[in-house]
Design a protein around this ligand. Structure first.
Ligand SMILES: [Zn+2]
Length: 240
């Protein structure tokens, strides 16, 4: 990627990070669902040009089946068609694109060691980012800060496509993470999966970090000190 584009994307990423202080408006309302879908579709093409999609039909089916089961209880937003894919990448990571593309790395599936509740927790969490319109929130905030005036002109659409497909740029805020965890637990509770799985998976990741191998998933979805505690409290409350 040329340096000028990289600099612009880093600037965009920085603004997105510092813009959490904005109050009194709903940034996500500046972005329509069809704009999210269009950006997500282009970003998914870039992701799949950069990273191999797994050809293992069983893994793809496993992830898709879990996704469909969670969606039964997430009452998905209208205009969003979810796509679940496994990338044949060993980094422990998973991510969502605006408009409902969800990618799970083979490395993350390996890290769950066959515990389907943990994998379901990750998938529910990624669905939650889409359902809560977190991608639109990032784009809307950036537009409000004037960094991408008229965010969704053609030129800016290209910027956002690059932003979402350059995985190293995305780092969700605490607020996004807490909300995605809460929603993931709510989606899982009535499903056939145990929401404790998401908390157990955090602990697996935490142990892995303790051994000096911070999984990529923790960079994009920061595990703040009280995140596990908050998720546990929410689960206990919902079960009461
Ligand atoms: Zn997240």
């Amino acid at each position: 990627m040329n340096r000028q584009i990289t600099t612009r994307l880093l600037l965009l990423a920085t603004v997105v990070l510092i813009s959490g202080v904005l109050t009194g408006c709903s940034p996500e309302e500046l972005v329509s669902t069809s704009q999210e879908v269009s950006i997500g579709q282009q970003a998914s093409a870039e992701v799949e040009a950069q990273y191999p999609v797994s050809r293992d039909p069983q893994l793809n089916q496993l992830v898709n089946n879990i996704g469909q089961e969670i969606l039964r209880y997430a009452s998905p937003r209208s205009g969003i068609q979810y796509t679940f894919r496994v990338l044949d990448v060993s980094d422990v990571n998973a991510f969502s694109l605006p408009g409902g593309w969800i990618y799970i790395n083979r490395g993350l599936i390996d890290a769950t060691r066959g515990n389907v509740n943990q994998l379901a927790g990750v998938i529910a969490h990624e669905i939650a980012h889409v359902e809560a319109r977190h991608h639109a929130d990032l784009m809307g905030r950036s537009a409000l800060y004037g960094i991408a005036i008229g965010t969704l002109t053609e030129g800016n659409t290209t910027q956002w496509v690059s932003f979402f497909s350059e995985l190293y740029l995305l780092r969700w805020s605490r607020r996004h993470e807490y909300e995605a965890d809460r929603l993931a637990i709510d989606f899982m509770l009535p499903s056939r999966y145990n929401p404790q799985g998401i908390i157990d998976f955090f602990m697996v990741l935490e142990a892995e970090s303790g051994r000096g191998r911070t999984p990529e998933f923790l960079r994009t979805h920061p595990l703040t000190e009280d995140r596990i505690e908050r998720a546990q409290e929410h689960l206990a409350e919902q079960r009461r």
